[in-house]
Design a binder for this molecule. Structure first.
Ligand code: BF8
Length: 625
């Protein structure tokens, strides 16, 4: 089992789990020596009650006559729709929270100027309006983006004109977000779409509603509510858990809950209560995207990534794991029974049997957060010292580079102009000169199909060694931070000469922390600004996307909108599409002629990194000209 991760802390805790008699994902994986071949190829259909139908040489069609291309296409589209739903429902909650803002309230507008700019972008006139009146109006306009009856996403106009035309001509401009999700679900119902090209177009349209709709709204409104991230120091890996402090881990995705827990835990009454129960204080840390949201705005430490959630509890040093939605193992309830940890679920969208359910409402946010934090503190007395093992390793890093920070950091040294074209010029110059060969977004999950973190780290190190700047989000960001790749001081050790020089000159790490998975919309934003500044399409830029260990349906939506935006996307794990050679051809080739980008898959991370670099190098001559 130790070989199933490259994280040394994780190895220690996998061994402890064995001794403690606790089952983890790593153990369960051993029971799955052979996974279902039909599922792996995407040729199992259970979209109606006549099935499940499984395509094979003996049964080349389902009972309704659907062939492998239809079934693979439908399954892929449903994954994209589920991913879009998850990101976008997150964004919807943030928009509802913006509608609740009030002066002196639990939620306030932290970035009034950003709100005004975004209001104008969304065709809301800020003139003569109080900032909260404006916030409520913007919230309503954003909420309309989910269900408006007519028109396409308002955010598409962020993209270069030429890109918008591609979408328009292909008929894949996303309309209302919920409509695109519903359309996929309808069209993949028995007896609807049975045409692969159409299903892939639908997947693109729906995923674009995520990238240029839900996720973009989520990111923008989170900045307005909680502040635009700025570079901040943090620490990462399970050693951030503090010996004699109340350890609270926040896990999940939406900052509405976690921001309030941060605020509640800083209250003097909570700090005093922690002392009363015999602790020295309270230590908050994060897992998964909540970890990213908190670290980039507050420097809250990163406890770990998706594959470390069970291991965090197995340290025996966690008073409470507080979760909201997405990427939470149901197994957390069982694992927690072996220790004193309270596994606290808070969302009606993610109730888990065996958890302690404490529903969180944005309307009573601070009161709810205080109740939850109190529960965690009072649990400190139940910690059993004989069960505690906090492993030794943690790393430092600089995190929290929003678009403004990336552009600003380069600009401070090379250029002091503040208008948009001049601001972006240093980034364009450093790319055009070839000092940095290209920019790669290495993002996404951990997948038990690969040793945890291995693909991420291998690919990131190959890229920066060859002067490719890496930007990262989600659990990929945690992997990089845990391994010291987000420290400028480590640039000479890991980065090529060109990249190391840039890191030194403009004070950036070789791997840039861009935030959570919804923040992949920041990558679209920066690409658009650069493409517009160069009078190019996004597909002409020396950039690429990579998901080395993707596993979630959200990752399928992200990969599909990144491809749809014109960025070649490299996967380290094969999606379940190999049952249809036509689907593979289309996704990994044919789309290039339509949207200027496609997927590439290679399960060898060194080879995948080489493919990324070759791909970008091939684009460089045109970009340099
Ligand atoms: O949205 S990277 S495992 S945490 S899905 Fe989940 Fe994947 Fe981690 Fe965040 Ni993104």
């Amino acid at each position: 089992m130790q070989d199933m991760t490259v994280d040394l802390n994780s190895k220690v805790l996998i061994e402890k789990a064995e001794k403690d008699g606790v089952e983890t994902m790593y153990k369960r994986k051993l029971g799955y020596k052979v996974q279902c071949g039909f599922g792996l190829q995407g040729v199992c259909c259970r979209n109606c009650g006549m099935g499940p139908c499984r395509i094979s040489a003996k049964t080349p069609r389902g009972l309704c006559g659907a062939d492998q291309h239809t079934i693979v296409g439908r399954n892929f589209a449903r994954m994209a729709a589920a991913g879009t739903a998850a990101h976008s429902d997150h964004a919807r909650d943030i928009a509802h929270t913006l509608a609740l803002t009030a002066p002196g309230g639990d939620y306030q507008v932290k970035e009034p100027q950003k709100l005004v700019e975004f209001a104008k972008f969304m065709d809301v006139d800020p003139e003569g309006k109080d900032i909260y009146e404006l916030a409520h109006e913007v919230a309503e306009v954003c909420l309309m983006e989910f269900g408006k009856p007519f028109g396409v996403s308002k955010l598409l106009k962020r993209a270069p004109k030429v890109r918008q035309e591609i979408w328009h001509n292909l008929g894949i401009e996303p309309r209302a977000i919920d409509r695109e999700i519903a359309t996929v679900m309808h069209s993949t119902h028995v007896g609807c779409t049975a045409d692969l090209d159409s299903l892939i177009h639908m997947s693109l349209r729906c995923s674009l509603a995520d990238g240029w709709g839900g996720s973009m709204i989520g990111t923008m409104l989170s900045d307005i509510l909680f502040g635009t991230p700025k570079p901040v120091h943090t620490e990462a890996n399970l050693n951030v858990l503090a010996g004699n402090n109340v350890n609270i881990i926040l896990h999940g995705h939406e900052p509405t809950l976690s921001e309030m827990i941060v605020a509640a835990s800083e209250l003097p009454e909570m700090q005093e209560l922690a002392k009363e129960v015999g602790a020295d204080g309270i230590t908050l840390s994060g897992i998964c995207c909540t970890g990213n949201e908190l670290t980039m705005r507050h420097g809250v430490k990163i406890a770990g990534d998706f594959h470390q959630q069970e291991l965090a509890v197995i340290t025996g040093a966690v008073e409470a794991m507080i979760v909201d939605v997405q990427c939470i193992f149901p197994a957390m309830a069982e694992v927690s029974t072996h220790y004193h940890t309270k596994f606290i679920t808070t969302s009606p969208k993610a109730k888990i049997t065996g958890s302690t359910y404490m529903e969180f409402h944005e309307e009573t946010a601070m009161e709810d957060a205080k109740t939850i934090v109190r529960e965690a503190i009072l649990n400190f007395k139940n910690r059993d010292a004989s069960k505690v093992l906090v492993p030794d390793l943690k790393s430092e890093g600089m995190v929290g580079y929003a678009e403004e920070a990336i552009v600003g950091q380069l600009n401070n040294v090379v250029n002091t102009q503040i208008d948009e074209m001049d601001s972006i010029k240093p980034l364009v110059d450093v790319l055009a000169s070839g000092v940095i060969r290209g920019v790669v977004g290495v993002v996404g999950c951990n997948n038990a199909k690969t040793p945890s973190n291995y693909n991420h780290l291998t690919i990131i190190k190959e890229l920066i060694k060859n002067d490719f700047l890496v930007v990262t989000t989600g659990c990929g960001a945690s992997a990089a931070c845990k391994n010291g790749l987000m420290l400028k001081e480590n640039a000479p050790k890991y980065a090529g000469k060109g990249l190391a020089t840039v890191c030194e000159l403009v004070d950036i790490p070789p791997v840039i922390h861009l935030g959570s998975c919804v923040d992949n919309s920041r990558i679209l934003n920066v690409c658009s600004i650069v493409a517009n500044a160069c009078d190019m399409d996004i597909s002409d830029l020396p950039v690429a996307g990579c998901a080395p260990e993707w596993m979630s349906e959200k990752a399928i939506a992200i990969g599909t909108y990144v491809v749809g935006s014109g960025i070649d996307t490299f996967l380290g794990v094969m999606p379940p599409v190999t049952g249809s050679d036509r689907a593979v051809e289309l996704l990994c080739g044919g789309l290039k002629d339509q949207v200027g980008a496609c997927f590439y898959v290679n399960e060898n991370p060194v080879e995948l990194a080489k493919m990324i670099m070759d791909d970008i190098e091939a684009k460089r001559p045109a970009f340099e000209a």
